[in-house]
Design a protein around this ligand. Structure first.
Ligand code: AMP
Ligand code: MG
Length: 480
């Protein structure tokens, strides 16, 4: 494979300093006839990487690349399995001018030793879907991996039918997962979890490195980041869909956009994923599942927490249990902001929960409802003609009146927390359908509008149409 000039790439690979069990050297497999479908110029500029089709197709290696596939395991729907990058290759870590380090990973780049019989490839639809939703999450201010490029391969991938093959370039603070720790604990040598933990601390939590109880602090930080992340998801109505432990990043970024989707009508039991038969990863279960995953993470750290196993278990349990208070704190703060509340009152939880209940009862659209409150537009939704809404509205107005901030300050706060736009399922599907036919205009228009979800522009208003009732039973697929 030809190496390109070192011009702009500033690639390193610190991951290969970990013990050998954590990865396999693996170049991407070249594709027949690559074509760039979308390229994220702004992200490329911030990373300082050039637009090189050959690299994003896996046909050429950027200078300095030492490509690897990472090993990891994971609990999938509750069951432990050996996994690993079965269709992804890490080209390296780009160090930006400001000194930040980002993984550059190709997804759909061919088989690896972890492919477990899979073809190592990906289809265009799911890769564009990941591009759109991850970039929308970024614009919403939610920690996430990002998408740099999607390339079609000129090859067909066989699923239930023949699909257009594609490769996504994913950017992440790292690809260390809860499942990476589980892999080390289950299959590694005595010191492998420690090596991984030390590496993780250096990479993501350098300020705790000098502390004697740094492993407990690592757990604390990871719990904190997940509590914040999941509260962010809940606040915008994002449903990840497959919160297996291999899909939980230690960095606190949202990762692995498979069957994810945003909730339209507020219904806590909403599940979109076709494979989530029992609703394990339903909207309302996401905090519980995050806590469950964190417990799996904590278990891997036990030998590092204390020489005495009982002591270690006690410490781990205590730390994991803080998830709930952290989560509720973040969620409540976010909900107060959504309702324009600058101050805190004990009764706020009641005010918020009564409103959510009313939304559920009226089958109100989650995003549109908060948007209507923000714009003081009490029409267009069933909810607003419900007698209980008028009572609630009065309570809310009284509550707003008890804080020193003006109504316009409240409105400004609400605008910063209630997106005017989310990547609605029917819009995403429309854009993807057109893209299949090589018409990318819808996708670009959608992406542009999603770039500034809190700016309440006229274009966004056009995207605010509620989905047709037929899409209520919307289903998502993993896209594997
Ligand atoms: P995911 O559901 O995307 O989190 O993937 C779970 C596991 O299956 C990961 O180890 C993936 O690398 C692997 N995988 C998914 N799709 C493929 C594929 N087409 N070929 C090989 N491995 C795959
Ligand atoms: Mg995954």
């Amino acid at each position: 494979m030809r190496e390109l000039d070192k011009e702009k790439w500033n690639l390193h690979n610190s991951y290969i300093n970990l013990p050998g069990i954590f990865y396999t050297k693996q170049p991407p497999t070249a594709v027949r006839s690559p074509k760039l479908v979308i390229f994220n110029h702004a992200l490329a500029a911030s990373l300082g990487v050039p637009e090189q089709l050959g690299v994003f197709a896996g046909n050429e290696l950027p200078g300095g690349s030492q490509p690897i596939a990472q090993a990891y395991a994971g609990h999938q729907f509750g069951y432990f399995t050996m996994l690993g990058d079965g269709r992804a290759v890490l080209l390296g870590e780009q160090i930006t001018d400001s000194g930040e380090r980002f993984d550059i990973q190709l997804k759909g780049s061919g088989p690896t030793p972890y492919s477990r019989g899979g073809d190592g490839r990906a289809a265009l639809g799911p890769m564009l879907r990941e591009y759109i939703i991850s970039e929308a999450m970024y614009a919403l201010g939610i920690p996430t991996t990002r998408s740099l490029a999607v390339v079609t391969t000129g090859e067909t991938v066989r699923r239930e039918k023949n699909l257009t093959g594609a490769v996504l370039t994913r950017i992440a603070k790292s690809h260390i997962r809860v499942g990476t720790f589980e892999y080390a604990a289950q299959f590694g040598a005595a010191n492998d979890v420690r090596s991984l933990a030390d590496y993780t601390i250096t990479r993501h939590f350098p300020t705790i490195a000098a502390f004697e109880n740094k492993y407990l602090l690592l757990l604390k930080e990871v719990v904190k980041r997940q509590a914040s992340l999941i509260s962010n998801w809940q606040l915008v109505g994002f449903i990840h869909g497959v919160m297996n432990t291999d899909n939980m990043a230690i960095s606190g970024e949202t990762i692995d956009y498979g069957p994810c989707a945003f909730m339209d009508v507020y219904r806590p039991a909403t599940v979109f994923s076709s494979i989530d038969i029992h609703g394990r990863y339903a909207y309302e279960n996401q905090p519980k599942m995050a806590a469950w995953n964190l417990a799996r993470f904590a278990e891997t750290l036990l030998p590092l927490l204390d020489g005495d196993e009982n002591q270690a278990v006690g410490l781990a349990q205590e730390e994991v249990s803080t998830f709930w208070s952290l989560y509720h704190h973040d969620w409540l703060a976010g909900m107060r902001a959504k309702l324009g509340l600058h101050t805190e009152e004990d009764e706020d939880s009641l005010l918020i929960n009564d409103f959510l209940q009313l939304m559920e009862q009226c089958q109100a659209d989650y995003t549109e409802t908060f948007k209507a409150l923000t714009l003081d537009r009490n029409d267009g939704l069933n909810l607003f003609s419900h007698p209980a809404y008028h009572q609630w509205h009065e309570r809310w107005q009284e509550r707003l009146g008890r804080q020193p901030q003006s109504r316009s300050e409240s409105r400004a706060l609400m605008k910063r927390h209630n997106p005017a736009m989310i990547p609605r399922n029917h819009l995403v599907e429309e854009a993807l359908d057109a893209a299949q036919e090589e018409d990318f205009t819808k996708m670009h228009t959608l992406l542009l509008a999603l770039e500034s979800p809190y700016s309440y522009t006229a274009e966004q208003e056009e995207f605010s149409q509620l989905p047709p009732p037929a899409s209520c039973g919307y289903q998502t697929f993993c896209g594997t």
